[in-house]
Write a protein that binds this ligand. Structure first.
Ligand code: HEM
Length: 206
């Protein structure tokens, strides 16, 4: 979020980041009450899958909750120490938990091979963009760091866009759930990357 991002856009980004970032907590309280859980009855009693799944959703949730604040220029300027701390937590929660767990979970995603490929590609790109954002700032290359963090968070935001597109594809366009899910495995992140690339372009003009 640059200096010129309208406050209404900031509000919606923050609102969805907080709402979806907190959603994984429901899996700590009552996983069985969530519809996704029963679709995983063949896997949700296996330790390796549970480890990957919980690593994914908790790492992803933390990244989602912390990431949006990092783009607020005034907050960043005033609280540079917190920006650094949150940045380290963001990077670790994606590299060690969110993306690695997400990749394992992706291999067994509902919808079979096409959705596994969509989510798997997303997990690899999410890992790579976040790693590049981190290595750039380790080299003190602030411009590259900003650009890669925009790409990283655009991919983190796939968790929001997935949950906005899915009801539109099923209830709105009338697609059967499985077909919609396969489409969404790609559509939840490809447009985000395009928007991210546009924002990176804007950054260069600032
Ligand atoms: C951006 C990279 C991400 C990838 C590659 C990814 C991948 C996946 C995959 C493959 C599944 C399982 C789908 C299935 O078995 O059919 C899943 C489920 C889930 N993911 Fe992610 N995800 C990402 C981001 C996030 C983030 C940032 C969060 C944090 C909010 C998150 C939270 C969840 C939750 C809660 C589920 C369980 C399904 C549900 O309740 O809707 N994911 N994710």
């Amino acid at each position: 979020m640059g200096r010129t991002t309208p406050s209404v856009t900031r509000f919606f980004l923050a609102f969805f980041a907080l709402a979806i970032g907190l959603y994984p907590a429901a899996y700590l309280v009552a996983p069985g009450a969530l519809p996704y859980w029963s679709s995983k009855s063949a896997l949700n009693s296996q330790t390796w899958w549970l480890v990957a799944f919980y690593a994914h959703i908790l790492g992803g949730g933390v990244a989602m909750l912390l990431g949006w604040m990092q783009f607020l220029p005034k907050w960043r300027a005033r609280r540079i120490g917190l920006h650094r701390l949150f940045g380290k937590i963001y990077v670790a929660s994606i590299l060690l938990f969110g993306a690695t767990g997400g990749f394992v979970v992706a291999l067994f995603a509902n919808g079979g091979f096409p959705s596994a490929l969509g989510f798997g590609t997303l997990a690899v790109l999410w890992f790579a963009a976040t790693l590049r954002a981190w290595t750039s700032i380790r080299r003190k290359d602030v411009e590259r760091h900003k650009a890669w963090m925009i790409r990283s968070y655009a991919l983190t935001f796939a968790a929001v866009t997935l949950r906005l597109w899915l009801p539109l594809f099923t209830a709105g366009f009338g697609l059967p759930f499985e077909q919609a899910y396969i489409a969404i495995a790609w559509w939840c992140w490809v447009p985000n990357l395009i928007v991210g690339e546009y924002l990176v372009g804007q950054l260069k003009k600032e």
